[in-house]
Ligand binder design. Structure first.
Ligand SMILES: [Zn+2]
Length: 337
């Protein structure tokens, strides 16, 4: 028997063996499997450090306030499977994001198809995005929908009781692609050739890189970081927006005469401050209430010192010509009015 014949025989044996081990995924298995998948979510935590399963389970159980015990299993590469007691609970979590652990974003999604996680992508997460500097002529739900669509798929445009989007900024819930640098501005081109820069800020924004704008690492870990001052980086804590609750709390503090003081329950915006707190307290994530075990959970605060629009313009002014700046042609909007 020559070598080639031997190889052919071995391949035949292997094929025969694989066929013997083949399992048909039949209807009964499918029904049971679908029932299981209906109660599950998969989540990937975008951080370079390894996430402990038990720590994650305890933190998320508390954050999600699940009525019954939730099961968590580690798959690989900071990917976890969460099994809930009910489908309704699962949906509440799925649509309630963005979620965070250890100040890092956890992209939560439903298992795709049969639940082969290797084929699952974790590329998009929902954020309430604030778009600032919107001219009055564009404060229309349909126009805002189109503007928001330049950032990602729009899920919802916040309106007042009259169905309008009037205000100093508009809030749009958007599925943001977290594998790309976060958009920080949109450019509105006017019919007369003028341009308006629309600043974008994100509520509950987790740690992200002030250098390259990606979520998942901090600027000191970035391969693009060349040791420059934090203030000279392209992105910054000013991209974190206050939530409605945070604004209300700040207003209350101001009413009480504490407006000039930094509220003790806000999350410091600078990465150095966050690092210092980690070192001092051993807590992974200083939470809004200053509570211990809540510290690794989800709803992140915003910078305690969000920059005003004018300051933002100054910081990010160079971005007007930046390659990541997106442009919107406003001509048709103007033509509609
Ligand atoms: Zn980076």
């Amino acid at each position: 028997m020559d070598a080639e014949e031997l190889i052919r025989k071995c391949e035949a044996i292997t094929l025969q063996s694989e066929e013997d081990n083949m399992i048909s995924f039949g209807r009964n298995m499918k029904v049971r499997g679908e029932r299981l998948v209906a109660h599950c979510l998969v989540g990937k935590i975008l951080q370079t450090r390894s996430v402990p399963r038990e720590g994650l389970r305890a933190a998320m159980q508390q954050a999600w306030r699940t009525t019954k015990e939730m099961k968590v299993e580690s798959l690989r590469d900071n990917i976890f499977i969460f099994k809930f007691a009910s489908e309704s609970e699962k949906k509440r979590i799925l649509f309630g994001g963005p979620w965070h652990f250890d100040r890092s974003l956890m992209v939560v999604t439903e298992p795709m198809g049969i639940g082969d996680v290797k084929k699952q992508d974790f590329t998009h997460a929902p954020f309430w995005v604030q778009i600032h500097n919107i001219p009055i002529m564009c404060m229309d739900k349909e126009i805002i929908q189109e503007i928001g669509g330049r950032i990602g798929k729009v899920q919802e445009v916040e309106t007042n009781d009259a169905g309008e989007c009037m205000g100093s900024f508009v809030r749009v819930r958007i599925m943001v692609n977290v594998t790309r640098p976060l958009p920080k501005r949109l450019l509105l081109k006017l019919e007369d050739g003028g341009q308006i820069s629309l600043r974008i800020a994100y509520e509950k924004l987790p740690d992200f890189c002030f250098c390259c704008g990606l979520i998942g690492h901090r600027y000191r870990e970035c391969i693009d970081y060349k040791g420059q001052s934090k203030d000279d980086l392209t992105y910054g804590a000013w991209m974190r927006a206050q939530t409605r609750a945070e604004r209300a709390r700040q207003a209350r503090d101001k009413d009480r005469g504490n407006g000039d003081k930094e509220p003790s329950n806000t999350v410091p915006g600078s990465q150095e401050q966050q690092e210092q707190i980690r070192k001092n307290t051993g807590r992974a994530n200083p939470d809004e209430n200053g509570g211990g075990s809540k510290s690794t959970q989800t709803n992140m605060g915003t910078s305690s010192n969000p920059m005003r629009d004018s300051q933002v313009e100054e910081v990010g002014g160079g971005a007007l010509n930046g390659e990541r700046l997106k442009q919107i042609d406003c001509n048709k909007f103007a033509a509609k009015t």
